[in-house]
Design a protein around this ligand. Structure first.
Ligand SMILES: [Zn+2]
Length: 67
């Protein structure tokens, strides 16, 4: 069984294993239903980072479904 990590519904950050709240937005909802990963190294130079409003490097989900 593959464990799916949670992703933050607010900033799309993919959380570490066993982490169930986003360290950047603790009040945001998290979801294990997400699609696609993107590693952002340099947010200021990345189009996708701009589109997702990402301003810090990290691993992000492209799409997060919050139920
Ligand atoms: Zn977040």
């Amino acid at each position: 069984m593959v464990k799916i990590p949670f992703a933050c519904g607010e900033c799309h950050l993919v959380l570490d294993d066993g982490v169930d709240s986003c360290p950047r937005c603790p009040t945001a909802r998290v979801s294990s239903e997400h699609q696609g990963y993107v590693i952002i190294m340099n947010p200021t130079r990345s189009e996708i980072a701009k589109r997702l409003k990402i301003d810090r490097p990290g691993k992000y989900a492209l799409k997060v479904s919050i139920r």
